[in-house]
Design a protein around this ligand. Sequence first.
Ligand code: SF4
Length: 221
Amino acid sequence: MHAGLKRINISLDSLDRTRYAAMSRRDALDRVLAGLAAADAAGLHPIKVNTVVMRGVNEIDVVPLAEFCLRHGYRLRFIEQMPLGPQHGWDREAMIPADQILDQLRAHFELTPSAAGAAPAEDWLVAESDCHPAGRIGVIASVTAPFCAACDRTRLTADGQVRSCLFAHTEVDLRTALRAGASDEDLAELWRGAHRSKAPGHGIGTAGFHQPTRTMSAIGG
Ligand code: SF4
């Protein structure tokens, strides 16, 4: 908080230690849960938890994760798997579409669409039950119902590159300009320029789609 951090998103794909370790390639579930609790204690609210559901891997975690997040007051968002992984092995058939995630959720929770509908998540209000308080869950249909036309996201990577889209094949190098003494206005103009050439959509599933070289872990979400 003192360093200017106000919000945090945490990836958590399973509450099962073995499945978590298999998916993330590290036995670190305890550390993630401790991190969530620490973020909560530090007041970084609302704490957002991102989950990617994969067929045959962690579908059984949908409801437990939802109950866990509702109980703790975390904002869980299920996100359709996108072709941004390190193996370049995305398979549309292995992706669980948002509709199927919602079917699972509706079987266990009373959901009402949230009027707030904070893009890009499709936001749902969850009614209180004996097991959890009322809360919110998001289901982001980034592949099956892309919202690129309404996307106002811009991303600055840890190495100083502006990305106008997760799937951009080009980046604008702010770090070099900054080190060369660029003014704030110069940097702002470079940043604006990155977005003038932004593609109209991600094009996943089209013949011309190619996964960008930079993977999600190197973009930072
Ligand atoms: S424009 Fe790019 S970053 Fe924005 S929603 Fe579409 S794919 Fe995602």
